[in-house]
Design a protein around this ligand. Structure first.
Ligand SMILES: O=C(O)CCC(=O)C(=O)O
Length: 307
């Protein structure tokens, strides 16, 4: 990968018109009492649409071949080579698992960009009371709280994971693993999702039949003895519905919320819909979540961690 050539004033300064919203899981619809006092919050307008576009371009440029390819149809301009996202299999190994997730991914390691994002984020973390974490057992677990461990000087993991979901792509429910640096002096406590596309709230009437199909597929996949024939049928129905609505990625996004739920088989979840420039921050401990299937349009998000 060559130099990223990031302009000096990119992502500098505080965002204009940012609004914040703390998620109180006892007051959400549906309420999730098991997540009482667990931390999750949204900052809207954290980045402008232009900044989101530029960030995505930087990421795509980092994986775009520099040479033009030629095949039987003639020369083609280079297109960014998004890889398929994998899951961690322990011991630093990654494996493909479409039962768990299906999306494109670019991994961009950039201390510079993550530092600029962090400079912008820090005042919000202070307001949320998570710029310094001490005696918060729900966030750290009981051991660190009892020992009086203090988590200071948060930074954003420079490993930025750009995810691209389209045509029925998803990330099934899971917990985010806590990342511990090799020298064990730092660990991640919070996840960051920065949405680079999406319009925010979606029409639930329109979305409901799509979600029901995705839920059916999910229930079959995680069942003890899945009915393969039924699974194929549901997957085909879902594909048909999603591919009908895919058309270049310029359409309004349908689906793709980051959903919080208490348990794999829970039907109704608390949805945070992607919105360009919106950032979602939540504690890694306890908060089961997933990325809903995307049925129309393209969802782009950047995942990182606060360490
Ligand atoms: O794409 C999403 O909304 C969720 C992604 C996610 O859960 C993850 O990156 O761990």
């Amino acid at each position: 990968m060559g130099p990223l050539n990031i302009r000096d004033d990119f992502l500098r300064g505080p965002p204009k018109d940012a609004t914040v919203h703390n998620i109180d899981f006892t007051k959400t619809s549906p309420p999730i009492t098991a997540f009482k006092d667990n931390f999750a919050a949204i900052v809207d307008n954290f980045m402008t649409e232009a900044e989101c576009k530029e960030l995505l371009q930087i990421a795509e440029k980092s994986i775009t071949p520099t040479t033009t390819s030629t095949d039987a149809d003639g020369p083609h301009s280079p297109t960014p080579a998004w890889e398929r996202a994998m899951i961690n299999a322990g011991g630093g190994r990654q494996i493909m698992s479409v039962d768990s997730r299906k999306s494109g991914r670019i991994i961009l390691d950039s201390v510079d960009i993550s530092q600029r994002m962090m400079d912008r984020l820090l005042p919000f973390l202070r307001d949320f009371g998570i710029a310094r974490v001490q005696n918060q057992p729900l966030v750290t677990g009981l051991g660190p709280a009892r020992r009086g461990d203090v988590y200071l000087k948060p930074r954003l993991n420079e490993r930025l994971r750009f995810l691209r979901y389209e045509g029925g792509d998803y990330f099934r429910p899971h917990w985010d693993g806590c990342y511990v640096t090799p020298d064990e002096s730092e660990r991640s406590l919070f996840t960051i999702q920065l949405y680079l596309s999406g319009e925010g709230e979606q029409d639930m009437e329109e979305l409901r039949p799509y979600l029901e199909l995705a839920e059916k597929e999910n229930a079959l996949i995680i069942g003890v003895d899945p009915d393969e024939e039924e699974l194929r049928k549901v997957a085909a129905q879902k594909e048909e519905l999603s591919s009908e609505t895919v058309g270049g990625g310029s359409e309004t996004l349908l689906g793709g919320a980051t959903s919080f739920m208490h348990g794999f088989m829970v039907k109704d979840s608390v949805r945070v819909f992607p919105k360009t420039g919106r950032i979602l921050i939540f504690q890694q401990r306890n908060l089961m979540h997933g990325g809903d299937d995307v049925f129309r349009g393209v969802k782009y998000t950047v995942r990182s961690d606060l360490i």
